[in-house]
Design a protein around this ligand. Sequence first.
Ligand SMILES: Nc1ncnc2c1ncn2[C@@H]1O[C@H](COP(=O)(O)OP(=O)(O)OP(=O)(O)O)[C@@H](O)[C@H]1O
Length: 594
Amino acid sequence: MPPKPANPTDGIDRPGTRNLESLLRLLRFARPYAWRLTGAVLALMVAAGSVLAFGQVIRTLVDSGLGSESPAALDRALLLFLSVVVLTAGAVLTRSYLLNWIGERVVADIRKAVFARVLSLDVSFFETTRAGEVISRLTSDTALLQVVVGSTLAMALRTSLLMLGGVAMLAVTSPGLTGLVLIGLPFVIGPAWMLGRRVRRLSRASQDRIADVGAYVDEVIHGIRTVQAFCHEPLDRRHYGEQVEAAFDVALSRSMTSAVLAGAATLLTFGAIGVVLWIGGHQVLNGTISGGELSAFLFYAVVVAGAVGSLSELMGQLLRGAGASERLMELLDVPSAILPPTQPESLPAAPCGRIEFQQVRFVYPARPATPALSDLTLIVEPGERLALVGPSGAGKTTLFQLLLRFYDPEAGTIRFDGIDIRNLDPADLRGRISLVPQDPVIFGANAWENIRYGLESASDAEVRRAAEAAHAVDFLDRLPQGFDTFLGERGVRLSGGERQRIAIARTVLRNPTLLLLDEATSALDAESERLVQDALESLMRGRTSIVIAHRLATVRDADRILVLDQGRIVAAGRHEQLMAEGGLYARLASLQFQ
Ligand SMILES: Nc1ncnc2c1ncn2[C@@H]1O[C@H](COP(=O)(O)OP(=O)(O)OP(=O)(O)O)[C@@H](O)[C@H]1O
């Protein structure tokens, strides 16, 4: 586990402040639902308009209903009131349903878009970005966005409309008093704007801290066996505690600023209204305006003040959403280093499996000073069985990674069946290759699904046949529910040899042109080893295979052995030949294979 709380350095660019711009980018996601959006905005306007109409109803009620002392006029005024109530209720219902629908839909679409983007990124992104950071963006940031898009945005729109409409109605009711209100407005908006900026910055920081906490949990849980074996729990508890406290501190600063923002806005707006009312009251006393007009003015003044107050609070939430949306948009903007060409060439329909490396030089982006492969020239003929040997760090795995086009070489070309792999769609290329890694990944699903990973369209009978070919049927049938048994996340309920045989079954289904095999270094028991070896034997027959060899049987049967050292080919030939030459191979063989 990391000795220190992990630093939030990752492969995702962190551009400076973007304010509400990233929230506006969300509109792109709402575009397919333009009709619903229009309907929602219309309902919103009707709802806001009918709230404003209440002012006129109150004015009629006071001046005609109560003022004229006529029961019929009062009844009419009340009927008007009821009609406005029904209209408002209908509009609120429509607005609320449509906006929530759009909110949920947009967030679901964003989740899918971000996940699809993450899946398309090249492996170097995942080397520089912690898994927890990506997970946090996909979960906690989208959850926050859901609230913001689903309700806060709607509330903010409604409140803005109410504020603008309220000010207009104030102007209609009493232009003189409204002028007074407008003079006071900058004193409210200025501090609110400044505080708002601070809230946005702190929101971003707060989401970043939450991501740190998530990333730490992710690492600890995945390494729980190491944590417990090294009695690292107290240290991890402390580090986790520190991260949680750091997240708490930032969240607290953000909440404080939000609270000050809301309080200041309320104080300033209602203070200003008090002053206006005081002047308005005197105007009624000296007969400049009627009682109904003052009542309506009072209503609008409260509506506007309430709107300004809640808008400042909503603004705080919107800015939080902007922070979350910024984090998601960044992920959408990460460019992938490995892209399919605009006009990919196609591989020959009848695969042959000829591989060619020409003067290939490669350095890992994270280690630019030392080449992992230099001047590598190699031709593997169709059906050839090539074994790679060499000391740890010689570049054997790197060769596989380049073949799968996880990285592009710095110089030189790699050809698959005569075509430069940079001119192929990576999916096409990888479709013809199958990798059996040392420690295969088993997914949290049953055996059927785990084997079918090799070929989605395979029938149950084909899966079973593949399992037979991989010598996996016996142990799978012995599991409590046979092939239906849940294999546990990451295959924690299977042994190393069993995991390998599942990986081999996957490869059988896939029927690749080129087989890449990284033999397990950990010793399998003799029985397991024989089963795995038999399965591999039949798998390799008739196809090109490159094996990172750790077993004598493999190197003996290989058509050619390639000895790699520090990224270069230092010797090549058959086992006996290389043994006779002495050198690195003979030394390695005596250590490794005996
Ligand atoms: N993602 C990476 N970023 C930077 N350097 C890397 C990366 N992966 C491997 N390397 C370095 O590149 C060199 C070659 O590594 P590679 O994994 O190909 O060796 P290997 O021959 O497969 O070793 P082993 O038998 O121990 O698996 C090593 O020095 C290694 O430290």
